[in-house]
Design a binder for this molecule. Structure first.
Ligand SMILES: O=C(O)[C@H](O)[C@@H](O)[C@H](O)[C@H](O)COP(=O)(O)O
Length: 234
């Protein structure tokens, strides 16, 4: 049976401090074990405080590679670019020495750039040392959106794809995402959510209640490959 551990905090600053400490420890372990480390983070708005704390953690960031779990297919100059957010909030202070590997390439669609992006991501030193997922109000995580055109393929635990394009009505723009089996290949898996509404969504998803039975985040909660640490604050 899969272990899901829940960590609750009084506010987003306490959560950010604790999560940054845990992730920094995992990166240090990777550095000690193999002289390098690989971190995958989520975009969106939730990670900002966590990124600010993590950016100040003392470790050899020059040997750390950072990727996103998923990206919106927009150039970095776009306000919805996750890469833009990671650069502004995480790759600062001590972490400015880290090496960021972007999903986005100068092509009109993620499908058109897929061969290039796959090669870029295939060259990284797996497993991840830490993967930090977020969750949307529709029960998506990474770019595993309800109704996504390649959702089944992305969630297939026996699938071999590392990254896939994803299009969904709720996604805003076309996306590119690591697949679930790729993200589960990690030393530590975190799910970072904030607010009462997301807590309820997660609880419903765990129980498979009503509409939540269809939430893609369930695939993360139900798999038995990698333990999940849930970090939550109101
Ligand atoms: O690009 C993205 O949108 C993310 O990687 C996505 O999976 C995110 O984690 C959730 O949508 C939560 O987003 P918020 O933190 O903005 O609620």
């Amino acid at each position: 049976m899969l272990s899901i551990t829940s960590h609750s905090f009084t506010d987003c600053h306490a959560l950010a401090h604790a999560l940054a400490g845990r992730v920094a420890d995992k990166l240090r372990e990777g550095l000690a074990r193999r002289g390098k480390a690989l971190l995958a983070v989520s975009g969106g708005s939730t990670p900002v405080h966590f990124f600010r704390q993590l950016a100040r953690m003392e470790l050899d960031w020059s040997k750390v590679q950072v990727v996103l779990v998923d990206e919106r297919w927009v150039p970095e100059s776009h306000e919805r670019s996750n890469a833009r957010m990671v650069k502004a909030e995480l790759l600062q202070h001590a972490a400015s020495a880290a090496h960021f590997v972007p999903f986005y390439a100068d092509a009109p669609t993620p499908e058109a750039a897929l061969v290039l992006v796959r090669a870029r991501m295939a060259a990284l030193p797996y497993p991840f040392d830490a993967v930090v997922l977020g969750m949307g109000g529709d029960g998506h995580t990474a770019s595993f959106f309800p109704g996504g055109d390649r959702l089944a393929e992305a969630l297939d635990l026996s699938g071999t794809a590392l990254v896939l394009p994803m299009r969904a009505a709720g996604a805003g723009e076309p996306r590119i995402t690591f697949t679930l089996p790729a993200l589960l290949d990690t030393q530590a898996l975190f799910l970072h959510i904030e607010g009462e509404a997301k807590q309820k969504i997660l609880a419903d998803a765990r129980l498979g209640l009503g509409e939540a039975r269809q939430y893609p985040v369930r695939a993360v909660l139900e798999q038995t490959r990698t333990p999940v640490s849930v970090y939550w604050c109101p």
